[in-house]
Design a protein around this ligand. Sequence first.
Ligand code: ADP
Ligand code: MG
Length: 835
Amino acid sequence: MTTEKPDWLRLQKALTIEAEKGFGDLMGRQYRFSEFLCLTFGKFSPEMLVQQDNTPTEPHRERWQELAANYADYPNLNLEQRQSLIAQTRRYIYQLQKIEAGEPEDKLEDSPKVSKSLLKNPKTPIVTELSRRLAPEIDQKLSELAEIGPRRAEKLARLGLCTVRDLLFYYPRDHIDYAHQVNISELKAGESVTIIATIKSCNCFTSPKNKKLSIFELQVRDNSGRIKISRFYAGARYASRGWQEGMKRQYAPGTIIAACGLVKETKYGKTIDNPEMEVLGHPGDTIESLTIGRVVPIYALTEGVIANMIREAVIAAMPATIHLKDPLPSGLRQKYNLMELKAAINNIHFPPENDSLKAARRRLVFDEFFYLQLGLLQRQKQAKQVQTSAILAPTGELLDEFYKILPFQLTGAQERVLNDILTDLQKPAPMNRLVQGDVGSGKTVVAIIAILAAIQSGYQAALMAPTEVLAEQHYRKLVSWFNLLHLPVELLTGSTKVVKRRQIHSQLSTGELPLLVGTHALIQDPVKFNRLGLVVIDEQHRFGVEQRAKLQQKGEQPHVLTMTATPIPRTLALTIHGDLDVSQIDELPPGRQAIQTTALTASQRSEAYDLMRREIVQGRQIYIVLPLVEESEKLDLRSAVEEHQKLQESVFPEFQVGLLHGRMSSAEKEEAINKFRNNETQVIVSTTVIEVGVDVPNASVMLIEHAERFGLSQLHQLRGRVGRGAAKSYCLLMSSSKSPDAQQRLKVLEQSQDGFFISEMDMRFRGPGEVLGTRQSGVADFALASLVEDEEILILARQAAEKVIEIDFSLERWFLMKAELKYRYERLMGGAILT
Ligand code: ADP
Ligand code: MG
């Protein structure tokens, strides 16, 4: 608390002006008259009044509080009451001045009559009432805050910060925690640290090789040692002299800075990688005075918005938290051990220490997950309100017949998943289930059984796959089963001939055709089903939302079964498929041999070719996969075309080498695959078009070039092309990268064949956004939450959301929660987050 002496003159002046201008509660530079008085008296404390004779001033305290309360209510007073209050205050201040001057005290007047009766709620502590009055509103525009003003508000708007709420919920990206301060001499690679050091020299320049890259370098030292730290700035604007000179001024030698980040070991010694930096003081300041016990927030900035501007703006907005109502009921907060919202917002910005920061983060991460789950579950529940889907019997003649001709027993996992599906199909609410299962786990059989359940109940089914190759393959498999069952099935793709196409259309609309397999062609307009009861979508992540919706619209709320062979980590699945029911086939059929996986370097290439030759001689076949189609000058990638030529002419001249890449027409692709399938070519050189679903059981070696350029899950997918027959199979991961990171990633594949584990690792290495590949959803857009670090909180948030939806899915009884959900979804939808 400040012990600055009260400025009696200024107070008297304010009172005089208010009286002269007619008691209109004038607006001052920063505050209204009543606010200023209220604040002033609210801040008074006994030690601020210096009494010459040392008699205690404590008795005045009550009077000050009362005055503060009176002025808080000033706007509600009538003219007469205002006049009287001001007159009394002026006299009282006059007395105080005399006390301070050591003059004899007049008998103090009684408090003004208006006092207590006018307090709206006498039980509210005065200070709270005051802060409430003076705090900005949550939805107030930043330009209206005196501490910010229109000019700075305009700059903040570039960060999307327009209202007080925006600022409060603009979480810092990081904090500099001076508790983790470390001496430079003690830095260890791999640790996250803060150093405090003095700048010795500073350099800022544009890379001579790359005009778009600017480098900012500091040599800094503390008492224990020195270190170089650099930051890299991509973008033409950083090449400007003005910006670079500005940086040099800001980080002039002698300046004390804090730098915070991960310590890395490089060829040139230790460094802190792209650290957060903060200027603590200027030449001559002492370090200690600046840093004791502080945890300082770091915000994402943009041009023209400097760190302190945001910090000051946040400080100005912070009192508004007093208006924040926590939408989470206290019971729920208690159950999940969550900090109150107000406290969480306060602590996320300005935590007194690390534990409160953790607790705040936990609460706010919970919120991010909770509202997303709440929305997804609400949508799921809504979809299930529809009760018009086909009721499909789980048993019947057709299924009995199928089980008779099925040459193997379903695995436990297949049984379990099938049971989930058949249970769904008996209900009039539409099924919306995703089956995740590794390559070869036997999803297709499960899908066929679901399809037969639909057909035996008199409905039609559709199976959609993302590529012609895959659709064709499904079709082949289905034809062989359906022939045995004496059922027709057709294939519809972009290359289906017009005559055939017409015939299919007509058979569909009469209902003669019970099953249609195909690509996107299935959802194109003239396709009309008679009674579509079930839609199966393979490799569902390859399709967009609208495409799936379109297929669904071909029937009356058909059941939907989606399948994917690209398992994704549980956190990611909950986030993007939280409105689906998910089943996992987490077991492979018996008798599968592990695929021997080895990471190789260029020097081992000839050994790899020897192994391949031995395999071919034994009648097996080989895949060679490359990342790109054509040579790109920058990246030293082997192009498929050139590689094919080289392999055919100089490596395997005695065998036939085929070629498959994305630029070939469908007919050419099909021809290449057919030749490989029939063993007319023993080796196929391919780009990743084969990733999805090519099934050639005779292939026993998969060689992947530049393996480091693929994601782990993708490599796992590719590997799944071999090991489909009885022979032992190999996967060779060729990479020229020496980076420890790349080698570590490839090790994961050497050691594991479990798609779920691999996807989990993939997410850890590359982050959730990359794992999904296509940015089909904004999963990476959480402000605080991490799908890698916060799994535990996500599971709790999901549980909590399930409970809430179960009790009242309309959320009518929690209107604050409902409003918050709406608010958050509107923002999310703006960024198209949901599938
Ligand atoms: P996915 O589509 O999941 O990659 P598939 O359904 O194509 O896998 O099955 C891969 C192979 O395993 C197929 O040849 C299939 O006939 C066979 N298969 C499926 N389930 C079993 C099982 N329970 N026992 C033995 N073989 C099976
Ligand atoms: Mg499959």
